[in-house]
Design a binder for this molecule. Structure first.
Ligand SMILES: Cc1cc2nc3c(=O)[nH]c(=O)nc-3n(C[C@H](O)[C@H](O)[C@H](O)COP(=O)(O)OP(=O)(O)OC[C@H]3O[C@@H](n4cnc5c(N)ncnc54)[C@H](O)[C@@H]3O)c2cc1C
Length: 401
């Protein structure tokens, strides 16, 4: 007999979606196991944004004060600099929530925070270095997952498996769920450059002829996201490091004198962007949430928010059903029904921004302010609309219906 473990709900993936769902279910008394293939949460290309809607949830949970004690920056406005003209795109000061800002902190701190909360709950078990390798099928339904952990193979049996294993979800592929690719036209180069104490605190976005660059403040360094055409890394590389460093400096003059830190291509990671979604998020015994159900583009930095909102809706809908056994397919479909409209609407906006703003900039047309930015610059009240969409999303979720 191989090793076996039985639980009510097995959540695969310890990202924002999986950790939030695991903690919320355990808080409702549902025995839950979260499997995470890595030994820790220390991966640096996941986005650092905790949105006002998530901060509101932390407040509903009574955890906000503790959370805000973690070192973080607050973003009350988002601005971009396009060909030397600075425009405020979003102003969070009018949102109907307690925290009218985005908290910027490394995502591993947020996930560690959730893991610490989970550790206080008897129904919560987090198993790290535990990789789900396949589904366990019984009588046509998903009955658990096969896992490989530090001690070898393990079978986890569960009334429900939730795939929160990200945009390359192995479980959604194993379940044969159909993915619709919406076509991302960009990739991101991800690297660190030194930050000086005299630098601005805020997130900085720059667009200049042919290039887009976002700088995230991580204390003593800038985490830089340089947007390139989809599949364009080989061309950037062939042009050479010197050319690349010059392009960074031309896009963000603030970086002058610091790009020397990039002395080989190993310091530059290529992050492949995808935008897709499942047609069906579930089959008997299995539900997909977060990027596993809908990979989000980094545009607007809303993927974490959507992943968390999925988790909150799923916990609210599933917990009562899980108390008495395996949720039926109609209950699983209710989660998709609840979350698919905000997902589709957000992805539509991301594709629109990609086609109308980012693509023209990457094609070298960054000299003129695109119309939406001209309007935002002229009518400050309009900045409340992007603030609402970025900060709250189309359908913010709460712990109670
Ligand atoms: C370049 C880039 C920058 C981004 N920046 C932002 C941003 O600033 N703000 C924002 O809101 N969003 C951003 N996003 C989007 C955001 O990263 C995702 O939407 C979000 O992380 C989705 O959360 P998730 O929990 O669904 O999946 P993930 O965060 O991908 O987590 C999935 C987890 O599952 C684990 N896992 C995978 N397979 C297995 C397995 N078989 N067994 C066990 N564990 C497994 C992984 O190790 C991982 O921990 C960005 C995306 C990209 C590509």
């Amino acid at each position: 007999m191989g090793r076996e473990l039985t639980t009510r709900c097995c959540v695969v993936g310890g990202g924002p979606a999986g950790m939030m769902l695991g903690v919320l279910l355990a808080r409702s008394g549902i025995d839950t196991v979260v499997l995470e293939k890595h030994a820790d949460f220390l991966r640096d290309f996941r986005g650092d944004t905790i949105h006002p809607s998530t901060l509101e949830l932390l407040s509903e949970l009574g955890w906000l004060e503790d959370f805000l004690r973690l070192p973080h920056q607050t973003i009350r406005e988002i601005g971009v600099e396009i060909a030397g003209t600075r425009v405020t795109v979003a102003d969070f000061s009018h949102l109907p929530v307690r925290c009218r800002f985005i908290a910027l902190l490394p995502q591993w701190d947020f996930l560690d925070f959730l893991a610490d909360r989970g550790a206080t709950l008897p129904a919560f078990r987090l198993r790290q270095q535990a990789e789900a390798t396949n589904l366990v099928m019984e009588a046509g339904r998903v009955a658990g997952v096969q896992v490989e952990d530090a001690d070898g193979p393990l079978t986890v049996r569960a009334d429900l498996v939730v795939a929160a294993d990200g945009r390359h979800s192995r479980l959604r592929a194993a379940a044969g769920l159909v993915v619709r690719d919406l076509g991302a036209s960009m990739d991101v180069l991800w690297m660190k450059l030194p930050r000086r104490s005299s630098d601005p605190e805020a997130v900085l976005g720059y667009a200049a002829a042919g290039h887009l660059l976002v700088l995230l403040n991580r204390g003593d360094y800038w985490q830089c996201a340089f947007v390139i055409r989809k599949g364009g890394f080989e061309t950037v590389r062939e042009a050479g490091l010197k050319h690349f460093r010059a392009a960074l400096m031309r896009t963000a003059p603030l970086l002058a004198g610091r790009t020397g830190a990039l002395d080989n291509w190993d310091a530059v990671k290529v992050l492949t962007v995808s935008v897709d979604r499942l047609e069906r998020w579930c089959r008997p015994g299995l539900l997909c949430i977060g990027d596993a159900a809908h990979a989000m583009s980094p545009i607007g930095g809303v993927g974490i928010n959507l992943a968390i909102q999925d988790a909150v809706a799923a916990a609210r809908i599933l917990a009562p059903a899980l108390r008495s056994g395996a949720p039926d397919i109609a209950t699983l479909r209710r989660v998709q029904h609840r979350r698919s409209w905000p997902t589709r609407a957000t992805q539509r906006l991301q594709i629109l921004a990609q086609d109308r703003i980012i693509r023209p900039v990457l094609a070298g047309g960054g000299g003129k302010l695109p119309l939406p930015f001209r309007l935002l610059s002229r009518f400050p009240a309009l900045r409340r609309i992007p603030a609402r969409l970025l900060g709250m999303g189309f359908r913010p979720e709460h712990l109670e219906a």
